[in-house]
Design a protein. Structure first.
Length: 440
């Protein structure tokens, strides 16, 4: 059976997105493919069984028959780390991962193993991605995001920790790359990674739909009071603006796709924004009306993506609830509105850091993911690398690493010494830098 461990270099870099697209491509090719996320942090209950959200997504989306208990064997709830450090966790978590892995390894051609963040995440409870990949003897593909210097630095840093655990890195994927703006980027990235012995298997283009949160995600993560659901809860948020100053100046900063953050007692901004959104609706229906509507309140910002045609919505802060007439006007205009207790700038920061997740109902988004991975990732190259002796070498390194822990001074294999040298070299390369030279 082929297996591969998918690790990211950071949060929101597209690891689950890539896993979904790769899963679809392998299934389309006729491979019996299983999925597991050994250590999960965001989980839900399905028929009283706790499971990581990504495992739930994969099972529902692809109709996988494997039990959720195997697809998501270990969960890290709030407060778990403190309990673990205090010695209050007595359950053998590694044994649960081993047992689930053994069951999933039967009767499947390929097993996709999704990690949680970068190579070191989970080390505090003895289950870092490097630890788990070594335990399962699974080679790794690392997913990073756009740029030049940053993704290469981060991939090499992760490579070093995996190498230290005897885990081979079979390739890298760089996500959210704007190759249209710079067509030389894929070649530059491939050359840069090759200098560190890393094969670039995919350069996934930036797609706004995959990076921007929806209004539904906003509700799930901000936990405010929904005042108006608007016309489309799946509407994407392209841009965030803070409503301060005169209403006409606020309009200059927002437009279709914008989410406006403002206090609920700013009636002037509320009604000017409603009026501008109605003007935008008329222009969308009848572009020829543009000249006739020049004196009406209008948005000043042009969206990056022409698909955005109306305001995304409004978030009211500081717990200041708009008047009932204002709320009625928002509902009548079909504008999404959410009331939260926090102040403007903390909320703006939270929205900027929203975790963008894919849901089963995001059909159009899922189709884009499948297409992007199918067209821009070398699946054949991955399968070829998984069939190489490197996988067997990983098993040898795993066994010898444990033996070395029991008896210091035992001879190590040539392959392990080579990986250790690679780890040492990578550690030096990602040491402290001066200035910003070499950044993309």
């Amino acid at each position: 059976m082929r297996q591969v461990y998918l690790a990211g270099t950071g949060r929101n870099h597209g690891k689950t997105t890539f896993a979904l697209g790769l899963m679809a491509e392998l299934i389309d090719r006729g491979y019996s493919t299983a999925f597991t996320k050994p250590v999960g942090q965001r989980y839900a209950l399905v028929d009283e069984v706790p499971a990581d959200e990504d495992a739930i997504l994969m099972r529902h989306l692809f109709g996988l028959p494997d039990p959720l208990a195997d697809m998501s064997p270990v969960h890290i709830p709030r407060g778990f780390t403190r309990s673990f450090i205090r010695g209050e966790v007595v359950e053998d978590l590694s044994a649960k991962i081993d047992a689930a892995h053994q069951r999933l390894s039967q009767d499947h051609d390929v097993l996709l193993i999704e990690g949680t963040g970068h190579a070191g995440v989970g080390a505090v409870v003895g289950l870092s991605n490097a630890d788990v990949a070594a335990r399962l003897r699974a080679p790794v593909v690392v997913i990073s995001e756009g740029g030049i210097g940053r993704p290469i630095d981060h991939i090499v840093l992760n490579q070093a920790l995996f190498a230290r655990h005897g885990v081979p890195l079979v390739g890298a994927v760089i996500n959210k790359v704007d190759a249209d703006a710079d067509p030389t980027l894929p070649d530059t990235l491939a050359r840069g990674l090759a200098r560190h012995g890393v094969d670039l298997l995919g350069v996934l283009p930036y797609r706004p739909m995959l990076s921007h949160p929806t209004l539904t995600m906003l509700i799930e993560q901000l936990h405010g009071e929904l005042l108006s659901s608007g016309e489309d809860m799946d509407r994407l948020i392209e841009h965030v603006a803070i409503g301060s100053g005169q209403a006409r100046h606020v309009l200059e900063k927002i437009g279709p796709g914008s989410l406006l953050i403002v206090q609920g007692d700013r009636q002037d901004i509320i009604h000017t924004t409603i009026s501008a959104n109605e003007t935008q609706k008329r222009i969308n229906r009848e572009p020829g009306m543009l000249d006739r509507l020049r004196n009406r309140p209008r948005f000043g910002r042009i969206p990056d993506d022409p698909e955005y045609q109306l305001l995304a919505g409004i978030v009211f802060t500081n717990g200041r609830r708009p008047g009932e007439r204002d709320i009625a006007a928002l509902r009548q205009a079909g504008i999404f509105a959410l009331l939260v207790q926090d102040e403007i700038y903390p909320i703006a920061s939270q929205i900027h850091g929203l975790l963008v997740k894919t849901h089963v109902q995001d059909r159009s988004k899922i189709e884009v993911i499948k297409k992007v991975v199918a067209q821009h990732f070398d699946v054949d190259g991955l399968l070829e690398r998984l069939d190489r002796p490197a996988s067997a070498t990983s098993s040898l390194l795993h066994d010898e690493a444990h033996a070395a822990g029991d008896g210091a001074g035992q001879r190590r294999s040539w392959a392990q010494r080579r990986l250790q040298r690679l780890a040492a070299r990578a550690s030096r390369l990602v040491g402290p830098r001066r200035g910003r030279a070499g950044r993309g």
